[in-house]
Design a protein around this ligand. Structure first.
Ligand code: BES
Ligand code: MN
Ligand code: MN
Length: 460
């Protein structure tokens, strides 16, 4: 049986790549309403993939962009797997830094370069292509699959929770699978068992009722940009710790065992610095780089504006200033509690001449998947078949809010099987996905459906 399946993958390699290229031409940027038609095209493309395989598929309308939901027939006595992915992508700016246009995919050094290549079109497609291989060669899948492919992941997944809640029974599954993260390195596949959460805010400060001459008024009127920089600076200290009172109250400390496991991974700090073009690293004192990235909370300013940005000098005392900033969260921090504490703290920092508005852009909590989950070994075996090497167990610093929703609403764990690489330029110019990883991902996924069926048969 596996001969047949693998022959199918081999014979269809070139077409799989062509289809990925086709998919990547769709500019499905979810956050920018100018691209709404393209986002819809993305949904349609995914829907067509499923219907061509004979799965029941539906484009589910939401208040925002549609969700594609597809299902294969139930398999008696075998588990059901929910596959989640996203067909939307990040904006392309700064456009001038792309070596080729973001929606004109090109092959380069064994990679495919385009916006969405690794995040998440290429990774998500591996599960559709493995499903195709089963259906076209064997005629059916060894387990039931339910696919939820959304179009708003990169803009906050606002309409996903209501969808999951409304279809709770229909979506019932034994385990979820998501490929939307990375391997440990180019030569070391991984299973991700933890992700950080995210809480995102925007702070707007207003001072005088108009921009003023900084000579006539400066010194007597509170400057919103000066205030903003002070307020933001007060959120962190020089030891890399967030200064909001109570911020660390719920943080679960890393166990010595986990710290040892992180330390045992062959992380090359020199190569990491070199790859990013930095001479030094910094972060919370007392923690290693992997601990800082995977298991400690952070504060980062994501955007800041105000005052004169044009050529030359303009002596202005601006009326307004603003910033976007976010916190990565770890177990057991709760986004809503962090938001409350932040607001209280900012109020204590506000001088009388300035008004503030704090916009909450939402949050997703962190997750840790228990390594004892009964499907973990199936995933490890499948990855070993696909990548030729057993995976290591890692955590990652990014966030996929649906993972905690799946636990809360559907009561299932998620296998996070990342086929990407840390240097794939996710959210950056020249995003890429390695084509060898694409095919290894398809092969792993193909074995995963089998291993999950086997493991559960063994445990009955
Ligand atoms: N695929 C990423 C999440 C990710 C990146 C997981 C790297 C593991 C490693 C996802 O598409 C993403 O970008 N998530 C956002 C959060 C979202 C609410 C916008 C993030 O992490 O910033
Ligand atoms: Mn993603
Ligand atoms: Mn992303």
């Amino acid at each position: 049986m596996f001969d047949k399946l693998e022959t199918y993958l081999e014979a269809n390699k070139a077409r799989f790549e062509e289809e990925l290229i086709d998919f990547l031409k769709i500019a499905s940027i979810s956050t920018d309403s100018d691209f709404a038609t393209e986002v819809r095209k993305g949904a349609r493309w995914v829907h067509d993939q499923f219907t061509q395989l004979g799965l029941t598929s539906e484009i589910v309308e939401t208040e925002g962009h549609p969700i594609v939901y597809a299902e294969s027939p139930p398999v008696v006595g075998a588990p059901t797997v929910l596959v989640y992915g996203h067909y939307d992508v990040q904006p392309t700016d700064p456009l001038e830094e792309w070596e080729s246009p973001p929606f004109e995919p090109v092959r380069k050094n064994g990679n495919i370069v385009a916006r969405g290549a690794t995040d998440d079109k290429g990774q998500m497609l591996t599960h559709i292509k493995s499903t195709e291989a089963w259906i076209q060669t064997i005629g059916k899948l060894p387990i039931q699959l339910k696919f939820v492919i959304e179009g708003e992941e990169e803009s906050g997944s606002e309409n996903l929770r209501p969808f999951l809640e409304a279809r709770k029974e229909r979506l019932a599954a034994d385990i979820a699978v998501i490929s939307d993260s990375s391997q440990f390195s180019a030569t070391q596949p991984a299973i991700t068992y933890g992700l950080r959460g995210l809480a995102y805010f925007e702070l707007l400060l207003t001072g005088p009722n108009r921009d003023l001459h900084s000579g006539t008024f400066g010194g007597a009127i509170t400057n919103p940009i000066n205030t903003l920089t002070k307020m933001l600076a007060a959120l962190g200290d020089s030891a890399g710790r967030v200064q909001i009172p109570g911020f660390y109250d719920e943080v679960l400390p890393l166990s010595n065992k986990e710290r040892r496991q992180f330390a045992d991974l062959a992380f090359d700090e020199q190569a990491f610095k070199k790859q990013l073009g930095v001479k030094g690293l910094s972060g919370e004192e007392g923690y290693s780089t992997l601990e800082r990235r995977w298991a400690r909370p952070t504060f980062d300013i994501n955007g800041i504006w105000g005052g004169y940005q044009g050529k030359g000098a303009k002596t202005v005392l601006p009326a307004k200033a603003g910033a976007k900033f976010s916190f990565r969260l770890v177990p057991n921090q709760q986004g809503d509690r962090i938001a409350q504490r932040l607001e209280q703290f900012l109020k204590t920092l506000l001088p009388s001449g300035i008004q503030m508005e704090l916009v909450n852009h939402g949050h997703g909590n962190s997750v840790v998947v228990p390594l004892e989950n009964r499907f973990m070994a199936a995933a490890a075996d499948a990855i070993e078949q696909g990548f030729g090497k057993p995976p290591v167990y890692i955590r990652e610093g990014g966030s996929i809010p649906v993972v905690s929703d799946l636990t809360e609403i559907l009561a299932i764990d998620t296998l996070l099987l990342g086929w990407g690489r840390d240097d794939d330029n996710t959210h950056s110019p020249n995003e890429k996905f390695n084509l060898a990883d694409f095919h290894k991902g398809i092969k792993s996924s193909l074995y995963l459906w089998h291993e999950i069926a086997q493991k559960s048969a063994a445990s009955i």
